[in-house]
Design a protein around this ligand. Sequence first.
Ligand code: 5GP
Ligand code: ZN
Length: 122
Amino acid sequence: MSHDCLFCKIARHEIPAKIVHEDDEFLAFHDINPAAPVHLLLIPKHHVASLASITADDQPWLARMLQLVPELAFANGCNPLPEGGFRLVANTGTEGGQEIDHLHFHIMGGARPWSKRAAPAA
Ligand code: 5GP
Ligand code: ZN
């Protein structure tokens, strides 16, 4: 199914992004307005509105998406444990701070200090 949302367009390479990972199912790229030294966005290529629309049928690909998170974090500048690490955020819905209605994981890390926000301050 074809969608016109921003992240669907990025997934189809219709809008440029600094891509750090692409496979058949997922795309990861740098957030255009980073809230941390490392700030990646990981999306499924198919349109999913948010975590609120996940069902049992989504478990296999969602598990694969989660498995990518530490791999992408540590391959893109997040420092190793125990001193390093990363922060994973999925803003969901309006009051959850979600601005783009296509499921995305914020993967943030790097040397502190940096804000715990996962989106531009209002
Ligand atoms: P949300 O607030 O929906 O959780 O996060 C949306 C994120 O997408 C924000 O952190 C914002 O900076 C990022 N963003 C918005 N437009 C673009 C864009 O065109 N390209 C990239 N790479 N990131 C974007
Ligand atoms: Zn979409």
